[in-house]
Write a protein that binds this ligand. Sequence first.
Ligand SMILES: *Cc1c(COP(=O)(O)O)cnc(C)c1O
Length: 455
Amino acid sequence: MSVKKVFLPEREIPRQWYNIQADMPTPLQPALHPQTQKPVGPDDLLPIFPLNLIEQEVSTARWIDIPEEVLEKLLIWRPTPLQRASALEKYLQTPAKIYFKNEGVSPAGSHKPNTAIPQVYYNKVAGTKRLTTETGAGQWGCALGLGCTLFGLECKVYMVRVSYEQKPYRRLMMKTWGAECIPSPSRETEFGRKMLAKDPQTSGSLGMAIGEAVEEAVTSDDTKYSLGSVLNHVMLHQTIVGLEAQKQLKMVGEYPDVLIGCVGGGSNFAGLSFPFIRDKIHGRELQVVAVESTACPTLTRGPFAYDFGDTAAKTPLLPMFTLGHNFLPRSIHAGGLRYHGMSPLISQLTLDRLIESRAYNQLQAYAAGVLFAQTEGLVCAPETNHAIAAVIEEAKKAKEEGKEKTILFNLSGHGLLDLPGYDAYLNGKLEEYILSEEEIRESLKDLESFPRPMI
Ligand SMILES: *Cc1c(COP(=O)(O)O)cnc(C)c1O
């Protein structure tokens, strides 16, 4: 019988994160201050983030110790199993072997607690009493709520009003963990009140919610803000996924030929792939595929440019692939893939041809997700389904070429709180959503006055 699941013993859990900034062929270009357009320094970021996380953000040390207190919490569900999709392989009659890391087993149901927990820990050490953040569908709000309850910090989550009203379950998870979750825009911040004065009926947006969460952090001494993707320290914390996978694959004598993950801001993909990309930089042959939605095709169709990280235009300018900070993607069910930009680390590695990218529409993604559910039994997050669409394409290609490839993908989360998307798909109510060139050109106009990064 071939292996179905590989469990890494708890004592083998990685004790350091891997920082790809130590090995990148081209170093990152600096983030720029939005007004002066000079590289930002720690002082610019201190009102928002604690110094220890700012230090991690710019560190070029290859290995960074995971604090014992963080490991203790990660052990609640880590190491996550490495599983083999043997029934899917059989259905596809492919010679490819398909493995995946199951990040859906975390308490919040996705990979996001891998960074929420260390972020809360470093804030606690730095004296922060309270964290604020924004959330769309609620995955990040849940992860931060979990982290805060485990370390005894207060947590306030500004949730986009329309999601707050339409998607009660994650907000109830946050409340169960003791987090305060309020619909945004709210009356609790100046920015929120301004938005409500403009349009009392507004359904809110991620940009508005970020504006409120950042305002609250900046205007109170013991409160900081926390971000769930995009930034370097977030990618760093997620590398525990790939480091575990390397050990687990070694236990069964495997090494992947193809790595696949879906990308919103890039964190689950970075977490799985960066430790393997280190091998690729040192000569190993490996295909690394980032998968996005055709409704938000940042890597496949956006330019590499300096742009704001947020819609409120308050963050530093980041060098990244982007569709423009005012880009508003159609409301696809894969809410986590609706980010206009891309992690600067993933962007630079894409420029250096260490990562390739691909996009699928949501009909293709759900078709893949339903096939996965009907063969392997697991109902995946709509974001993850995009990765599975690429996995199936690669497995079919292996069949055509008669090659026995090993594919590894990141199952970034389960879909048990995202069933309305499946309902819409199964009832034929989903649309493809493919952007026109015109729409992209229009939203990129805002970037014309910004400095240009080197390519
Ligand atoms: C948030 C989320 C994503 C997208 O975010 P990344 O930072 O790109 O990983 C993907 N899958 C799931 C399940 C998510 O919750």
